[in-house]
Design a protein around this ligand. Sequence first.
Ligand code: 4G3
Length: 357
Amino acid sequence: MKYHVLTLFPDMIRQAAETSILGRAAKNGFISVETVNIRDFSANKHNRVDDYPYGGGAGMVMEAEPVYRAIESVAQNCSKRPRVIYLTPQGRVLNQTMVEEFAMEEELVLLCGHYEGIDERVLEESVTDYVSIGDYVLTGGELGAMVLIDAVSRFVPGVLSNEESSQFESLQDNLLEYPHYTRPEVWHDRCVPEVLLSGDHKKIEAWRREKSLERTEERRPDLLKKSYQVRSLYYGQGDSAECAEALTRVLSRYGELMDFNRKKLRKTRWSFGKNDLLLFFMDDIDEEFCQVFMNGRKTPACLILSREISSEKKALLTDMLDKQKIRVLDCMDLEELQGEEALKRAGIQIRQKVLEL
Ligand code: 4G3
């Protein structure tokens, strides 16, 4: 990933970008952080880049022309027209989904404003994304740009080691992280929870999920509304099982896999809620599967179907889901979900569809 930061204070960006994990990533060539000093594009012999606001009022406004030239100096050298992100309290508040979406780009241009802001006309002309890092005001956009760079870089391949991996993380399921413990076993009369010493990995995972839910309910109940329990159903003898496993992992730490080739599961009367997210991985569709009882409540679902399946059979499935109040948001080709990149894209696409609800 190549970041181009347009700023009046390039030192601030450089300092931060050469430190710690970002510094290591830059040294190893996984990211680069280039700063462009907007002052170098001043049209004025005193290198002034700001002026008084039309209509009066306090403070200064950054002029359009130097900002425009600075953006063009970068954009001209990009392989395609890059996204230009303006950090402002008036932007969409940055979240993990947006971060992952930005991480798919090859280059990002980050525009940092100061004073009272930038002349509106250059923003209209050149900015593609207005982003805020939270509902508070800073002295400039630089810290916002660094926050975005840091969060995005974690998703750039090679930036994190296996140890630091972003694969399993708290926000993946819109849940807060469970509590962590290390030695000693007793500290200030406080014990490590018994279950973590048991060696029973299934039980430990269930405990962690429980704690995550409990903690989210207590500290961030707003997140729970957007938190989905991923349930992946697969059916057929082809690649559906493998594909289900891979995509489920991308989407959720606690996702559940259900093998509907097992008669017992097909005979079960299922009941799904609003906060379940169903993924159907199908190599084939037949009468047998369409008889399964699954009572939804506007439950969101995505279909991942083999290309081999005829449109008649697809219609049969869609009809059956519709009758059971399961709401199909998206449909994908099973065969296309090959490789890490395709899986990541599919995961982001599904998350975006779900977040639109
Ligand atoms: C533009 C971003 C830039 C307009 C920038 C202030 C907070 C954020 C600035 C403006 C910023 C944020 C510079 N403060 N929440 N300050 O992302 O009014």
